[in-house]
Design a protein. Structure first.
Length: 189
């Protein structure tokens, strides 16, 4: 592994360690102002404020996080991780297989994409998946979008529509107070 590859992997590990410890201040120092964070089944957030606006509310019900890296591949500035993420809630552990793609430049994360099955997390998180469902069916690009709006970053969506990989709606909900998507989806924040 080259020095660049080691540094890229070390940056990703430091970021995950900070999130594990709920140290959002430390984690945000490891991403660029223009960092693109995208939960592929949900949407994109930009920069420290956007990333924190997604992570902090999402992890608010968790008592403990574990990000177990099962496999890792680093090629220059790009790091791929296959992880088994575990989140301990008051009701027990929620486990989720995740694949992450990271791009790191000068010790800072510029791109972070997460791939996971949204139905898995919705079926196990504190909010019942049924609280997301609404009548009707809408078709749109895979990801999330504001209802009757162009696709926007997930942390800024006022009315969220969740779609599966085929583009079929699997849930919907209002964005919540201040655009907090997770509160609008019924997650405790």
């Amino acid at each position: 592994m080259t020095t660049t590859e080691t540094s890229a992997a070390e940056t990703v590990h430091a970021f995950l360690n900070a999130i594990t410890a709920f140290d959002y201040d430390a984690a945000m120092t490891l991403i660029t102002p223009g960092c693109e964070y995208e939960n592929m089944p949900m949407g994109k957030a930009i920069g420290p404020a956007g990333v924190r606006g997604v992570l902090e509310p999402f992890f608010s019900p968790t008592l403990e996080n574990e990000f177990r890296i099962l496999r890792e591949l680093t090629n220059g500035k790009t790091v791929f991780t296959e992880r088994f993420d575990r989140h301990r809630l008051a009701t027990g552990w929620v486990e989720l297989p995740v694949a992450g793609v990271w791009e790191v430049e000068n010790g800072l994360i510029t791109v972070w994409r997460e791939f996971f099955d949204l139905a898995t997390i919705l079926s196990k998180w504190p909010a019942p998946a049924s609280s997301l469902l609404r009548g009707g069916s809408r078709r749109a690009k895979h990801g999330c979008r504001g209802r009757d709006q162009a696709e926007r970053p997930a942390h800024d969506v006022e009315d969220l529509v969740l779609l599966d990989h085929a583009g079929d709606e699997i849930g919907a909900g209002p964005g919540g107070e201040g655009g907090n998507v997770f509160a609008g989806m019924g997650f405790r924040t």
